[in-house]
Design a binder for this molecule. Structure first.
Ligand code: ATP
Length: 269
């Protein structure tokens, strides 16, 4: 059931991340991060490639348990009660391998069953949702022939079809065409309006700037900024786009320009 947007409160965090550290072998991916996310917030998680965004999101949804620190979702400890967490979260992974021999309808029926939804309810919702993403003609075709964007649309539907209260999305706009990006932006904004909590990563700075009411910037496993776009803008001084703020916090425009020159030279131009 959707909550009336007027009844959204901002008291207890629904996602609480405390001193989170994670290693892959000797490589430390997360260096003690703290994030509290409240009901109804839409939080954009940004950072350079390899910063640790996907690792954080996988921990939050209970996919990785080999971490240090305390992570709770709706009061459930993700390490001790990952199933309780998974039941309550919608997750759209980055580059999931879909069951490619299945059709979207078969795949969504499978996902619906995992969430204990009735087949006829899933079938009705899936038919409608696939149509909204212009996939009606492909709904009974095997997914191995699908483009990246078509797969992404099926993944998005599979993460949302059970009407979760908490939605975690890893690069949800990856591969989508401009119309689909507009549609997904609109869907996320509306879901927030209904009290859904959304934690997502993206490299599309203009989208993050527009739809997030809070932006967390991760660099090399550490949070380097956390606030509204306006707060980040003030902190970065003189940048008035999220791209500029991102570069200020995690890079260096002169270095980037000089790297481009080096690249051009290295390929022998
Ligand atoms: P991107 O923007 O490129 O998706 P990211 O911010 O999501 O990057 P992560 O995928 O979380 O970054 O990776 C963080 C670090 O952990 C990187 O250095 C990456 O190489 C490393 N890493 C991630 N997964 C593994 C793994 N399964 N085994 C070893 N190292 C890993």
């Amino acid at each position: 059931m959707l909550t009336n947007p007027e009844n959204i409160g901002h008291s207890e965090p629904v996602i609480s991340i405390r001193n989170l550290k994670m290693w892959y072998g000797s490589k430390q991916a997360l260096r003690g991060i703290n994030i509290d996310i409240h009901k109804g917030q839409i939080v954009g998680y940004i950072g350079p490639n390899g910063a640790g965004k996907s690792t954080t999101l996988k921990i939050v949804i209970g996919l990785l348990s080999d971490f240090e620190g305390d992570v709770q979702v709706l009061g459930f400890d993700v390490k001790k009660e990952p199933l309780e967490v998974k039941k309550r979260i919608g997750y759209v992974p980055e580059n999931a391998s879909l069951y490619e021999q299945l059709t979207p309808m078969e795949y969504l029926t499978f996902v619906g069953r995992l969430y204990k939804m009735e087949d006829d309810v899933v079938s009705k919702a899936a038919t409608e949702l696939l149509a909204l993403f212009d996939l009606t003609d492909s709904k009974d075709k095997r997914m191995h022939t699908f483009s990246k964007g078509m797969r992404q649309k099926v993944l998005l539907i599979s993460g949302l079809i059970h009407n979760p209260d908490i939605i975690v999305l890893d690069e949800p706009l990856s591969g989508l065409d401009a119309n689909a990006v507009i549609l997904v932006k609109e869907i996320l904004s509306k879901l927030k309006g209904y009290g859904k909590t959304i934690f997502y990563s993206s490299h599309l700075m203009d989208v993050v700037e527009k739809i997030s009411d809070r932006i967390v910037v991760l660099n090399n496993g550490e949070i380097v900024a956390d606030g509204t776009f306006e707060e980040l803008n003030q902190e970065a001084e003189a940048s008035d786009s999220l791209e500029g703020i991102f570069n200020h916090l995690t890079g260096n425009i002169e270095q980037t320009v000089s790297k481009a020159d080096d690249f051009i030279k290295a390929i022998g131009v």
